[in-house]
Write a protein that binds this ligand. Structure first.
Ligand code: FAD
Length: 467
């Protein structure tokens, strides 16, 4: 088997790269480890919102660029950030030519300027992907690939890169239980990162990898990062992840993820550790709080604590699936009590400490002065609400990892870099497993779909240009 370009993975990153390459006259093969017709992966599960650092992708490039540098701080590579910011509009236009359909609605919320893959998911707990926008687009891209004389081959698990004269010249893979070598002028790592690989999660995020939720497709095992590192590519940018806060039962109950998540409720309430005290700035949002929970000595020891007024307010605040009532309807337990001491007993938290945490938080709200709090509290879109109206509630939490951050160092064409900074001929990385865009002190998140669409397009165009 011989192609101009092979992709390691058949999510949006791999499909976009291969489709664009085939359009430019190259022969392309998407190598996908899974063998199901509609194989599960994060791309197929995606809600479909295309953002760049929380801003709609069609925003002015300079604004997007500044947002990436600001959000990811020292982790952002300006050249790669610029490439993302400058090519979002072009990527959306190209996808529309491929047959993608976009709407500006995320579930029931109209979000002016947003580009969301249509049709959008339902407002239900658990996975909901069949015939939704992402699933439809994946199938459409495969059809387009076939029409251009290229292929998606299921059941091919790439295990290593074939290196010749210092350049990547293809891959070694396992197909039908037998080793196979596939030659190509370029190989593109598009394997979706490592959230489903507990060993790598333990190495890069938390030693308690068994106590965080892989909120991703099952194939995100980090194979590409490992292969690239072994072949001499530079890797880095690890430490943070993109994710959400979930009821702890999501660890074993598939109805509790990917929705509902508790990000909106956390922003207007408090999150405490096993000592009953706040340990993180809930106002920074669900991604930061999920990272803080994952870093606890026991990531399954945190609780969201709130009152009935917050419980009733949450459905109007969240832009996704409200925990009230979806979380409870889907079988998760809400701890409720008429007073804080009883609630603390149910959650096995020290009652005095919990009562003090709530009193300090309420006092800060009353005084509109959050400076005295030992753990800072940022004010964002939604103002924190006091915890005063019985019954009082608590939810045991877990951190869900949707997308790992960090991976192969790339340049503005998504070409991998060697450890000395030189371009790695024939090797590219797109989508989740790249360094230079995300992370840093505020866990800056560029956007999974944006990285897949834009970097996939840029990699294909560069491969075609150096052929
Ligand atoms: C529930 C959910 C909702 C999301 N919603 C959004 C959203 O609204 N907006 C947004 O921007 N992002 C969203 N994301 C994130 C986004 O879906 C992903 O970042 C993006 O789809 C990743 O695409 P990918 O192609 O890089 O990886 P994936 O879609 O994970 O695909 C990687 C593929 O590679 C295959 N693979 C892995 N290893 C190998 C190997 N060794 N050989 C061959 N194949 C291999 C895997 O089987 C998999 O099919 C969401 C994610 C989830 C889970």
């Amino acid at each position: 088997m011989q192609y101009d370009v092979v992709t390691i993975g058949g999510g949006f990153s791999g499909l976009v790269t291969a489709c664009r390459a085939a359009e430019l006259g190259l022969t392309a093969a998407v190598l996908e480890a899974r063998d199901e017709d509609r194989y599960p992966c994060s791309s197929r599960y995606a809600t479909g919102a295309t953002n760049v650092m929380g801003l709609p992708i069609l925003n002015a490039p300079d604004r997007l660029y500044a947002a990436i540098l600001n959000g990811s701080g020292p982790n952002a590579n300006p050249a790669v950030a610029r490439a993302i910011a400058d090519n979002g509009k072009r990527a959306i236009e190209w996808l529309v030519q491929q047959g993608a359909q976009f709407t500006s609605r995320v579930l029931r919320h109209e979000q002016p300027g947003q580009q969301v893959l249509a049709p959008v998911r339902a407002e239900t707990a658990g996975l909901d992907w069949e015939d939704r926008g992402a699933d439809l687009l994946m199938r459409r891209l495969e059809q387009n690939l076939n029409q251009r004389g290229s292929v998606l081959i299921r059941g091919v698990k790439v295990v290593s890169l074939a290196i010749e004269d210092g350049a990547c010249a293809g891959v070694e893979a396992i197909r039908n239980g037998a080793p196979v070598r596939i030659a190509s002028k370029a190989a593109v790592i598009a394997d979706g990162g490592f959230a489903a690989n507990p060993e790598m999660v333990a190495q890069y995020i938390t030693p308690r990898a068994d106590r965080v939720l892989a909120r991703v497709g099952p194939g995100a095992k980090g194979d590409g990062i490992r292969m690239a590192e072994k072949a001499g590519a530079a890797i880095g940018g690890f430490g943070e992840f993109y994710g959400h806060i979930h009821h702890a039962s999501a660890m074993s109950d598939a109805r509790q993820w990917p929705y509902p998540h508790l990000d909106a409720a956390a922003e207007i309430a408090i999150v405490v550790g096993p000592d009953g005290q706040r340990f993180t700035d809930e106002g920074l949002g669900g991604v930061c709080v999920a990272n803080a929970i994952a870093r606890l000595p026991d990531p399954l020891s945190a609780f969201l604590v709130f009152d009935d007024a917050i419980w009733r307010a949450e459905p109007g605040l969240t832009t996704t699936v409200p925990i009230n009532p979806a979380m409870v309807d889907a079988g998760a337990k809400l701890l409720s009590a008429p007073d804080i001491a009883t609630l603390a007993g149910l959650a096995r938290l020290p009652p005095d400490r919990l009562a003090r945490s709530i009193a300090q938080y309420n006092a800060a709200i009353d005084a509109n002065d959050f400076a005295p709090l030992a753990v800072p509290r940022t004010l964002r879109k939604h103002k924190p609400m006091p915890i005063r109206t019985p019954p009082f509630h608590a939810v045991p939490l877990c951190a869900g990892i949707t997308g790992t951050m960090g991976g192969v160092a790339i340049d503005a064409h998504a070409q991998a870099q060697r450890r000395d900074g030189a371009p790695f001929r024939g090797l590219y990385a797109v989508g989740t497993p790249v360094a230079g865009l995300e992370g840093g002190p505020r866990a800056g998140y560029v956007g999974g779909l944006s990285k897949a669409f834009i970097l996939g397009m840029l990699a294909a165009e560069h491969i075609a240009s150096v052929r």
